[in-house]
Design a protein around this ligand. Sequence first.
Ligand SMILES: [Zn+2]
Length: 187
Amino acid sequence: MNVSENTFNIPQISNEQYELVESSNPVLHTATEKFNFSDPPIHPVELYNILGNKLREHDGLGLAAPQLGLPYNFFVIRSDPVQGFFNANVVDTSEEEVILEEGCLSYPGLVLKVKRPKLIRIRFSDPEGNTKTAKYQDFTARIIQHEIDHINGIVFSDRVSRLSLEMAIKKTNKKGYHYKIGDFYAR
Ligand SMILES: [Zn+2]
């Protein structure tokens, strides 16, 4: 691991113990609290490294801390280097919305068509705790909105109708998966 100097004096944890949690795990369906940089529950740079490594390992586009069972307001997206976002909030969106196909590491094989704004402006903190605002569009805006949903306890199946979820499940199960519509409404 490549963890910078531990300025927060928090015990370091090996990233080996973190794996993707089951989609039914309550941590995936519970909003996280704001990450407190003055009393952090985990070193922010260590959290960044844990998620960045897992994102690369799974060849994902984005990964949020709750997907690893970590109830923190943080996610990463694929870029070079991996970009990390703490306490991200959408502060503005375009009126124009687009329908795009989304996948999720927490729901292997499942592809859903989700409608979201084409363009967003977000405010967030980087792993050093600096507050920033940035504008994203198209595919990157899509990934970020999906990840912000995760930190708010929302998963992509919450964003589609029951009918389109049923159709997507049928299609996915033909490829050997075993999704059940009831599992998405059991919570
Ligand atoms: Zn996801």
